[in-house]
Design a protein. Structure first.
Length: 133
């Protein structure tokens, strides 16, 4: 589905064939890359986020888009509102998550930053190196 360039000292681990991969540095998972096939819903970023992460997810801050090799990379921070039951139980709120999305035809790639222990400009370089096949 894609090729990606990762820094020399990073590792790529496949967890579900080509559908789910983790990128790690010093044995810490930093990035998750998940492929969704046959995405039939609207390709707007709001629709994608709602369909994958549910109705309590929302776009936090500004959406950044960049054309790369005739594909669009969308960088967005996703926040999560608590449901009434979570608020009642005083469950801790989900942290803001950084995602990069690629959409090509009916294939969606979600490049999700798991850990913030690596500087964002390095994450940007890795995300921008992803090429859809």
């Amino acid at each position: 589905y894609y090729t990606i360039t990762i820094p020399y000292n990073w590792n790529l681990k496949s967890l579900n064939g080509d559908y789910l991969n983790k990128l790690s540095l010093n044995q810490e998972n930093i990035i998750s890359i998940e492929v969704f096939q046959d995405c039939k819903y609207n390709n707007s970023i709001t629709s994608i986020i709602t369909n994958i992460y549910g109705v309590h997810s929302y776009i936090k801050d500004e959406v950044y888009t960049k054309k790369i090799n005739n594909n669009t990379l969308t960088k967005v921070n996703i926040g999560f509102e608590q449901s009434a039951s979570e608020e009642y139980k005083k469950s801790p709120a989900e942290p803001i998550q950084l995602h990069y999305f690629y959409v090509k035809n009916n294939i969606l790639i979600d490049f999700f930053v798991i850990s913030n222990s690596v500087e964002e400009h390095i994450i940007d370089e890795i995300a921008e190196s992803l090429i859809l096949n």
